[in-house]
Design a protein around this ligand. Structure first.
Ligand code: SF4
Ligand code: SF4
Length: 203
């Protein structure tokens, strides 16, 4: 028969008379320490779908898919892969698009798919060549940042014109037919098509 060593016996007696080191979670709610980094929470009002967080995420949690037909950008976030590093929050261009919660830490699920979140944003697609520009929210965010300087670029001006057209509810839309013409200068929103209008077409 093996007898416990003296050190082990001392530790057993010590742990019997001292309070537990571990908490009683999940039987009792756990209070995370200050600056705890829990699940990233996206604020759709402030997230513009710019893809920056996807580029900095080291675990490949965030993926973007552009559906040109439906003109939507689908963002998928698989929090089953998240390592709570905080890079997405650190690099978010609006500063408020995503925040690591200091309260949400319970992420145990039976089906990992339950940890996948999906977000949709309206996409700007060039009417002439079908190129994806970015999301509408992203461009509007840049306009707000630039202020009146946004009007210095024809591309920005055309997007703003489109917003005004929609607000006026009048059908002032000019259809792009055949090849690009000078009339389309204030119609296209793609840098390549704009270059074609400026360089390749005659007045
Ligand atoms: S906390 Fe880190 S791993 Fe998790 S989504 Fe953000 S960047 Fe990716
Ligand atoms: S960086 Fe910020 S604004 Fe851009 S997609 Fe990520 S959360 Fe949204």
């Amino acid at each position: 028969m093996k007898y416990p060593k003296l050190r082990e016996l001392r530790e057993a007696i010590y742990s019997l008379v001292t309070p537990a080191y571990t908490t009683e979670f999940p039987a009792k709610p756990h209070t995370p320490p200050e600056n705890y980094r829990g699940k990233p929470v996206v604020d759709d009002q402030h997230c513009v779908g710019c893809e920056t967080c996807a580029n900095v995420c080291p675990s490949g949690v965030i993926t973007f898919t552009d559906d040109k037909e439906k003109k939507i950008r689908i963002t998928t976030r698989d929090y089953g892969l998240c390592i709570f590093c905080g890079q997405c929050q650190e690099h978010c261009i609006t500063g408020k698009g995503v925040r690591l919660s200091d309260q949400i830490y319970e992420m145990s699920v039976f089906d990992r798919k339950e940890l996948i979140e999906r977000q949709e944003k309206e996409l700007l697609v060039c009417e002439n060549c079908g190129a994806v520009i970015t999301t509408k929210d992203h461009l509007q965010f840049m306009h707000r940042k630039l202020g009146p300087k946004a009007f210095a670029s024809i591309l920005n001006l055309n997007v703003l014109n489109e917003t005004l057209r929609l607000a006026s509810k009048e059908d002032t839309h000019v259809e792009i037919k055949d090849d690009l013409k000078r009339k389309d200068l204030f119609n296209v929103i793609c840098p390549n098509c704009l270059r074609k209008v400026l360089i390749n077409t005659s007045w």
